[in-house]
Design a protein around this ligand. Structure first.
Ligand code: CDP
Length: 226
């Protein structure tokens, strides 16, 4: 194992299981787990809290300039269990999965200038430690030279069911229908945006996880890389 710069990418839509499998893989390899969505979520949460007016009709340069301005207050650590993000010393965790963050993150992630900032941070982090990078555009845009690339997918209904069960377990009151609508809306925004739309990266191995357990997906991933 080298001490940085080696990347395996796992991309796919919400609920495809990429986060679960990326986590299992990172643990197995002892590598960092780079959850790029967390950074988009963190920026969305910070904007909602510190500059909600910028989100009224988001202008990419203004939003990115604001975010560059708060960088000294932001700290990111690439751990095996994921990206640890601190804002003014406070570790962000539940905030990143809050429904308000969830509802606005695709809009923030659609801004090209924000994506460039996120990508700079992500590339800096993997210089220090080998990583499994998980997101929408890891294999296509951020790490096109990755050692291995995977793209996970599943039907919208299966993905909504997974997300619904996750939220229910946390005690959140949502209906499965609402979750499905949210997933479809996010799919649409992520796939139709001009900047880095969700797509299968060149050279990626595609795995449909609809009928597979996380362990089975991991087994297939390992079969490719071992
Ligand atoms: O797995 P899930 O989609 O629920 O969450 P996530 O991976 O944390 O991503 C949240 C949102 O961030 C996505 O819907 C995308 O809009 C955006 N995102 C992105 O644009 N590019 C990435 N590499 C990762 C996330």
């Amino acid at each position: 194992m080298s001490g940085g710069g080696t990347v395996i990418t796992i991309d796919g839509p919400a609920g495809s299981g990429k986060t679960t499998v990326a986590r299992m893989l990172a643990r197995r390899l002892g590598w960092g787990l780079l959850e790029s969505g967390s950074l988009y979520r963190a920026f969305t949460w910070i904007l909602l809290r510190e500059a909600p007016r910028l989100l009224e009709s988001p202008e990419e340069t203004a939003v990115a300039n604001f975010l560059r301005g708060i960088l000294p207050d932001l700290r990111c650590e690439l751990g095996e269990e994921g990206l640890r993000i601190y804002f003014r010393g406070r570790r962000l965790s539940e905030e990143l999965r809050a429904p308000e963050t969830e509802a606005r993150v695709s809009e923030v992630a659609a801004l090209g200038a924000v994506r460039r900032l996120v990508n700079e941070i992500l590339r800096g982090l993997v210089r220090e430690r080998d990583a499994v990078a998980e997101g929408r555009d890891m294999g296509s845009v951020v790490f096109p030279e990755a050692r291995y690339k995977f793209y996970l997918t599943a039907s919208p209904e299966v993905r909504a069911r997974r997300r619904y069960l996750e939220w229910k377990a946390k005690g959140l009151e949502v209906s499965e229908k609402e979750v499905l609508e949210g997933i479809k809306a996010r799919d649409h925004k992520d796939s139709s945006r001009r900047e880095a739309p969700l797509s299968i990266p060149e050279g990626a191995v595609v795995i449909d996880t609809s009928e597979l357990s996380p362990e089975e997906v991991l087994r297939r991933v390992l079969a490719y890389i071992e």
